[in-house]
Structures are given as C-alpha cells and as structure tokens.
Design a protein around this ligand. Structure first.
Ligand code: PHE
Ligand code: NA
Length: 445
C-alpha cells in the first residue's frame, strides 16, 4: 500500500510523535517542580490508566476509518451523522502547538550552535544569555524558527512513506544512541543514585490537585493525544495490523525515554549541586553551566544533548501538521503541496507572533488579558482544547459508537476481558477523571 506505513514504520512514527520536548525538556522540569518521586508515580498511573486508554481510542478510530479526523468521526459513529465533522476541530490544536513548538526548537537549535563556543560558567551569565535570546534577539529567533519550520515543511511535502516514515527511521535510532551514551555517562557520576532516589522515592506532601492536573496534562501531551495526531497516523496503519500491541509499545518507549531523560538530567544537576526546581529554564540555563565545568567533554555532551532534543522535536513536529494536511487533502481535494503551503504558512506566522510576544519591543502590543500570545497558545491548547478533545473522544466511543463494532475490532487482538476493561475506562473513568480535574482547576469544585 503506497500511502501506508509499514508496521515497524508506524511504531517508529508514532513513537517519533510521542517522544519529543515533552519527554526531554518538560517532563524533567515538571517532575523537579513537583518534588520528584510521588509525581513520577502519579504520572505513571496517569499514563497507564488514562493516557494509554485514550491512545487506544484514537488508534481504533483512525485504523478503522482510514480517513482524516473529521471523516473518521462520521464513519465510526452509529448514526453516520455528518455533523460529527465538527469533532475535526481538534486538529487545529496541532497547528497552534506547532507554532510555539517550532520557536522552542529554534532556541534549541541555537544552543546546538552556541555549544561549539564558550559555555557560560555561572548561572547569572547563562540566565542572561537565555533572556537576551528570548527578549531581544528577534533576528536569530526568526532565522531559527524559519529553519525548523522549513525542515518540517520539507519532510511532510514528501508524504507519509518517503517523508514521515523515512525521517523517523533515521532520527529515532540516532536519538536512542545519543540518549544511551548520555545515560552511560550519568552512570559514572556519584549523583546517579541521588537522581534515582529523587525520581523513585515518593514525597507525598508535594502532591495536590495541581500536581494531579499537571500529571494528567503531561500524560496527554507526551503521548501526542487530543490533536488527532495518533488518529491520523493510525489511519495509515494497515487495517489488519495489531494496533493494541503497537500502542502499548509506543507508550512504553515514550515512558522509558522520559524516565531516562529525567535520570540523565537530575544526575547532571545534582552532580553540580544545582536546583531540581528551576522550571522551564532547567535545560537552557542550569545545564549549560554544568557542561562548562566539564571542559571539552562537557562541550561534546552539550552538543549531543541539544542535537537529541532537536531530533526528538522534529519527529513530533511533523505529526502536529499531518492531521491538518490530511484534512485539507481528503475533504477539500487539496494537493499535498497546496495543503502544506496553507498549513505551513499558518503555523509559521503564528510562530512569529508567538516569539515576538516575548520580546521587549513587542510584548505590550501582543499581551492580552495579562498573558502574552505565546502563553495563550500554550494555555489554550494544553489546558483547554486537548482535554476537551480527550473528553469528546471518550464520550464519542462510549456513547455514540456501536459497542459490538469496537468489541469485534479489539478482540481480533486481545481478550474480551481486556476489551471490557478498556471500554469501562473509556465510558466512565476517563471522562469523569478529566472533568473533575478540569472543574477543580477552574475552582468550581
Ligand atoms: N508528544 C510530543 C512531546 O512529548 C508533543 C506532541 C503533542 C506531539 C501533540 C504531537 C501532538 O513532545
Ligand atoms: Na512525549
């Protein structure tokens, strides 16, 4: 099948989508902010019971319908009501995330290059270098954003097989090698055991509803859920392929990489006596200072680390735009080229707005209700649109799709008991969990 993934290709591409900045940048700093072990445990439970459940939900819809997201909802529904096309709105979250994701990848690319020069020796210097890049250096940010956006566009133009499958086939093994190398290096540090302890010894005092919500949000984001990415990739999975097995493998790979990244980064931080709770600046400010203390080896590690982040991020980025491309190609008969120009143009421009909104020169005109455009895009997607998409997907499968159909598809690969557990989670547990946390966050309950 020419427009389909091979089975291994699907697993690699879905893992490539899942493994991204969410694992290597966000997971360690969120874990650091919530004090380590207990958060990790809650996160693992969220992945197992909620993340994997919703992942299977997107996969089953996609593989069964073999269409774009909007058409897939219509085709899978009991009623075949055309209005289910409105569920297709979820794909636009992917474009919005991609806008600022590309900007952040641009900063990382910048760090790849600056790692060849002299690294900052104290956190004040490191902090102001990062600060300058973000708040003053419009030209560099635009150049790096353009390079990243250009690469993403170049890859998706080539399509599923020759673009997306191929890039994942190259970058995912390289990413794995670099991370293994870094992990082996962290084994040699005395602080490795401190890092292990930090990540696996639970301190329950740090867990409140904010931590639970953060863990749930992270579980969705890290598995690429709620934007139609997994649904879209699954639509190119051969119809008889075992989507359950593939989904489980992807969830395991994603989790293993997040934990590995956490162990590496915390070993480095503790070795240098640095704080684990530095927030988003963790990899941009704390790490370079540590690397600078390790001489040439530190430089090599710094370059490898940021290259790994770029590789991980690029494979995620292509999966954020693909749902929109497929939507325009299948529903509006666009050529791939025309769809790419349209969607590429949208996220490229939104990205420029996002980056300008953090600069001193433009932040006043690009701040609305106390949040700048960058933060708005992040907030609207991860806190509003993605959870809504997840609820929608669960309620859809639980109440608007023939149970027998789902049962038939699942039991081709797993036992009836396993199907019943999944169905119960989708129908009751996951929607209730998301709604509860959502309302709690809004201060309603
Ligand atoms: N899962 C990716 C990460 O962890 C992010 C992502 C979100 C990718 C949504 C695709 C869709 O970085
Ligand atoms: Na991830």
């Amino acid at each position: 099948m020419k427009n389909h993934f091979s089975r291994v290709g699907f697993i690699l591409a879905a893992a490539g989508s899942a493994v991204g900045l969410g694992n290597i940048w966000k997971f360690p700093y969120v874990t650091g902010e919530y004090g380590g072990g207990a958060f990790v445990l809650v996160y693992l439970l969220a992945i197992l019971f909620i993340g994997l459940t919703v992942f299977l939900a997107e996969a089953v819809i996609g593989q069964n319908a073999q269409s774009d997201v909007a058409t897939s909802f219509i085709k899978t529904s009991k009623s075949k009501n055309k209005n289910w096309k409105f569920a297709g709105f979820i794909i636009f979250s992917g474009l919005i995330i991609l806008s600022f994701y590309s900007v952040v990848l641009g900063w990382i690319l910048n760090y790849v290059f600056t790692s060849f020069g002299t690294l900052p020796t104290d956190s004040k210097t490191a902090g102001s270098a990062f600060e300058t890049l973000i708040s003053k250096d419009i030209a560099s940010q635009i150049i790096y954003h353009t390079v990243i956006a250009g690469s993403v566009i170049f890859i998706v133009l080539k399509g599923i097989k020759r673009g997306i499958e191929k890039i994942n086939l190259i970058l995912m093994p390289l990413l794995g090698l670099i991370l293994l190398g870094l992990l082996f290096y962290s084994f040699t540090l005395d602080s490795f055991s401190t890092a292990l302890n930090f990540m696996f010894y639970p301190d329950w005092s740090k867990i409140d509803s904010n931590a639970l919500l953060a863990a749930l949000g992270q579980a969705f984001f890290t598995l690429s859920l709620g934007v139609g990415a997994i649904m879209t990739y699954s639509a190119s999975l051969p119809k008889n392929a075992n989507f359950v097995k593939s989904s489980i493998i992807v969830a395991i790979v994603d989790t293993a990489i997040a934990i590995t990244a956490g162990l590496i980064i915390f070993s480095f931080l503790f070795e240098a006596g640095a704080q684990s709770s530095a927030g988003p600046g963790l990899v941009f400010i704390s790490l370079p200072v540590i690397f600078s203390g390790w001489g040439v080896l530190g430089q090599v590690i710094s370059i490898s680390f940021f290259v790994a982040l770029v590789f991980a991020g690029i494979t995620s980025a292509v999966s954020m735009i693909e749902p929109s491309l497929k939507f325009f190609i299948e529903r509006f008969n666009f050529t791939r080229k025309k769809a790419t120009i349209l969607c590429g143009g949208i996220f490229y421009i939104l990205g420029i707005i996002a980056l300008l909104s953090m600069t001193i020169a433009f932040k006043d005109s690009l701040t609305f209700f106390g949040k700048n455009a960058f933060d708005w895009m992040d907030f609207m997607t991860s806190s509003v649109m993605m959870p809504l998409a997840a609820i929608l997907t669960c309620v859809f499968l639980g109440y608007f799709v023939e149970k027998e159909l789902l049962k038939r598809i699942f039991t081709a690969h797993v036992s009836v008991t396993a199907f019943n557990i999944w169905y119960f989670l989708i129908k009751f547990i996951v929607p209730i969990a998301i709604v509860t946390l959502f309302l709690n966050k809004l201060g309603i309950i």
